[in-house]
Design a protein around this ligand. Structure first.
Ligand SMILES: *Cc1c(COP(=O)(O)O)cnc(C)c1O
Length: 392
């Protein structure tokens, strides 16, 4: 019997009973683990050689607090296992370095996280890996871009800031018969809204810094999949060292327990705020997959249980008028990131560059706003937006 997601969020991955009868998983703040005697080390080495489950040895490889967080995330995504990392980027870079070799080719979806693209087209290129950026909604273009050397198809769904949604079933249909490993950065969706492994995707990646942690107080990343798909990435994590730490793992465990509650509220806030903005005369355009006007609305409805807490929109105005709007908002913080309980707003263009040409090259209009909704009451968020729009 598999429990529902909200029950898993509370209980999955947690030892029962725990040390000292504790209800919460303790922070095991240690870098290393001692052996009783030489015989125990020899037994450990034999088990390791046989690939049998192991005890903890050294903090770069595992930690009990971290293991509990990994088991919880694996359960939520419906994967055999999960690996925790120091950040979302540590998860992405370690995964790509583990899967790719010089001479290989990578397919990357258009509109993916900017640092992921920078890593592929800058760093990986220096190591002899070529990348082709493909459109999110054109499977024919994916097929055309695939080469005999193609190894990995990395997509993101929904993307940032336009919330484009990849048809995951189509992705698997195209990639699997051609021998590509499919990887989905599902940070914006969370397992509450979308479970890529159920569509046949090989690996799911999260910036756990965002919704999984959910409180703007930690950095972490995760990769989820079958033990077989994770084996090389586990090995690479031990070599590259992009491990998380016991304290952040504890905060993540704590955050995950309310994931379902938080994301449901954020879905509701997203839908209500998007609806309000779509009907406002000072708004030129709203990007939200839960609106019928979004180009991927049909795919999102098929594939997602909710449409998430990020709404992007264009103000009827220029860079300065948009900045005035942002500055008039009273509830959200101004800054990067998303997925926490606090609403955070960002004028995308300014965060990318102060040079208009660079902004245009990045495909970001000056009047674009990304609003990452928290768990506040939708009526208050809307009243705040209303007064800010009235003031410009
Ligand atoms: C933030 C983010 C990342 C990077 O994660 P960090 O935890 O900041 O390293 C990767 N992908 C997406 C979609 C993100 O939003």
């Amino acid at each position: 019997m598999t429990n529902h997601l909200s029950t898993q969020a509370v209980h999955a991955g947690e030892d029962r009973p725990k040390p000292y009868g504790a209800v919460t998983t303790p922070i095991v703040q240690t870098s290393t683990y001692a052996f009783a005697d030489t015989a125990e080390i020899m037994d450990f080495m034999r088990r390791k050689a046989a690939g049998a489950p192991q005890r903890d040895e050294y903090g770069r490889y595992s930690n009990p607090t971290q293991t509990a967080a990994e088991r919880k995330i694996a359960a939520l995504e419906g994967g055999e296992g999960a690996l925790l990392f120091a950040s979302g980027m540590a998860a992405i870079t370690t995964t790509l370095l583990a899967l790719l070799s010089p001479g290989d080719h990578l397919l990357l979806v258009e509109g993916c996280y900017r640092r992921t693209r920078d890593f592929a087209t800058g760093f990986l290129r220096r190591w002899g890996v070529e990348t082709t950026i493909v459109p999110v909604d054109q499977p024919a273009a994916w097929v055309e871009a695939i080469r005999p050397t193609s190894r990995v198809f990395l997509t993101e769904s929904p993307t940032n800031p336009y919330l484009r949604v990849t048809d995951l079933a189509r992705l698997v249909e195209v990639a699997r018969p051609r021998g590509l490993v499919t990887v989905v950065d599902s940070t914006f969706a969370t397992p509450v809204n979308q479970r890529p492994l159920e569509h046949g995707v090989d690996l799911v990646i999260h910036s756990a810094t965002k919704y999984l942690g959910g409180h703007n107080d930690l950095l972490a990343g995760a990769v989820v999949g079958s033990h077989q798909a994770l084996a090389g990435i586990l090995e690479a994590r031990g070599l590259l060292g992009g491990m998380s730490n016991p304290h952040d793992a504890y905060l993540l465990l704590r955050g995950l327990k309310t994931l379902d509650l938080r994301v449901r509220r954020q879905n509701e806030n997203g839908q209500r705020v998007a609806g309000f903005l779509a009907g406002h005369p000072a708004i030129r355009r709203v990007y939200y997959p839960g609106l019928p006007s979004h180009p991927d609305h049909a795919v999102a409805r098929r594939q997602m249980a909710g449409f998430g807490g990020v709404v992007s929109f264009e103000i009827d105005g220029d860079l300065e008028r948009t900045a005035r709007f942002i500055d008039r908002l009273r509830l959200p913080y101004i800054g990067p990131t998303l997925g926490g309980v606090e609403s955070i707003v960002q004028q995308q263009a300014i965060f990318v560059s102060l040079d208009p040409a660079e902004r245009q090259a990045a495909g970001l209009t000056d009047n674009l706003v990304r609003y990452a909704l928290g768990i506040e009451d939708a009526a208050d968020l809307i009243a705040d937006l209303d007064q800010a729009l009235a003031g410009i």
